[in-house]
Design a binder for this molecule. Sequence first.
Ligand code: ADP
Ligand code: MG
Length: 622
Amino acid sequence: MPEIRQLSPSVINKIAAGEVIERPASVVKELMENSVDAGASRVDVTVAQGGTESIRIVDNGCGIRPDQMMLAIASHATSKIEDAEDLFNVETLGFRGEALASIAEVSRMTVRSCTDGATEGAELEINGGKAEPVKPCGCPVGTSIEVRNLFFNTPVRRRFMKANQTEMGHITEAFTRLALVHPHVHFKLQHNGRVTQDLPAADNWKDRIAHFYGKDLADALIWVESEEEGIRLSGFVADPVFNRSHTRMQYLFLNGRHIRDRSLQHALREAYRGLLLTGRYPIAFLKLDMPSHLVDVNVHPTKLEVRFQDARKLYSQLLSTIRNKFLSTDLTARVHEHSERTDTAGTPAASAERPQNLGLSYPRSDVNPIGTGSQYSGSGVGQFAGATPIVPADNYRLPESFQQALDSSNLPANTERLDVNPAAADVPSQLPVSTLGLQVHNRYLITQDESGMLVIDQHALHERVLYEQLREKILAGELETQRLLVPEPVSMSGPEAAAAMEHKALFEQIGIEIEPFGGDTILVSSYPAMLRRVRPAELIRQLIDEIMVGEKQPDRRDVLDELMHMMSCKAAVKAGDPLTPEEIHSLLMQRHLFHDTHHCPHGRPTALVFTRDELDRRFERT
Ligand code: ADP
Ligand code: MG
């Protein structure tokens, strides 16, 4: 019969330590959080050998009184909450009163601390949980905690530590998470005697981000904010041009604490749908501020995960805030100048309006096309199904080089005879010449706008344009459909036919009417006009495939979106299709009619931008 025994406090603490202190980075996180909670304006983190040898954190916070030193390292002792009620009103990073006790249990730790106005400080040594008496010591106001030989008395944990470099990577990440969200604190990180990060206090968040990730990224950040029923979302999302193969650069801070939340990450990905290639992830720095009672932070030992009272509402707030922002922002790939003026008070001025010098500044609805009289008679435009007919204006003479380009309908063979007029480069500043382009290799269009040169993927752009048209028409219920004189039978497998009929209403929405036709055959009786070039059977099969490989419970909106993507891809001109100048013009015209035409719906870029500055630099003109 096994005997039941009460565990000793030391064993209990070791078990608890196992939860909170997983690796050296956990020590750094907990101690840095304590420093921030203590109101420090300066925190120095000094690490040796990836933290396996020593970690020292020095702050200039409020300090710990000598008579409280022992309590500070006792488990379940905290100055941050008093009763269970407080658990639902946590305003500090810590509250469990377990970190110092846990660290002390599995290391050799020295705490030195002095409070403001005290004549001397106090020092406490703890070895594997055994404390020496508190001694007086001389030290500046604040607290310094040194942790040596982590896990020396828990050999299994010690063995689990990875190479110093790996542990240092985790420490840097922990440091980054905290330093990112507290720009007003001066943080410094040193490893093996070398300063790896030195972040003087910054006035705003963006400067801090720039410090970590460089000015280019910081310049491409887009400010987003919203407030719904006491829940404030604010922060930055990166222009889709900046993206990553992982989600680690999606920083989410809840009331000043870094958290991970799968649902919100999903919302973020949704917001970038169509803007990123598969396998690429958005970059974001977002803060959520809400009254503490709307969230339970006490569900995870390291508080990395939290439970929101209304997770769905939050999901849609995040998604719609970012989507709406993207809709009002021209995302053409280039450096953006707009900036967050402040992140502490009021509405950042730049967030309200569309930044002037960002992207292409063409009028969207009242585009004033240019041309040379009869040059654009509208012929050939029809190939771009649904294209707005182009009315030529003849008040403008084209630069010679463009005239030549327009005269030659088959550019690839002719590019070398193009006489590029150097003066032309100076003309465009007043003219929206970017509706003129050259086709090269039957797949790319080269054009310019006021700030540089653009190379456009004709298929990707056309696909994007069609997608937007399709979406607008579907939303407005104005999609043109074509009744087939003879309905076309499409035979498929049993499950495919069933899936097709199950999504009958959805198909109808995109202009495809289907009916069962006995057995596993369905009949297509009407079809979107823009897809007249695509065979119904082929399209339907692909659509069904798309539906069947999707999630078990596909979201209606997702499926519709997927289908619209497919349809636009099918209907778009292909790489290799030669285009007439009119078609090039028509396509480039429409580029400006839509919100995001620099990525195709699959997320491939539709355009590369070479800014004039960059060209000047490359040609060594500067
Ligand atoms: P918690 O942070 O959850 O309260 P800790 O074990 O991390 O628990 O710390 C215990 C207590 O020690 C804190 O509540 C705080 O009063 C005190 N303390 C810890 N670190 C510091 C520090 N750097 N400066 C001032 N007080 C500190
Ligand atoms: Mg703490």
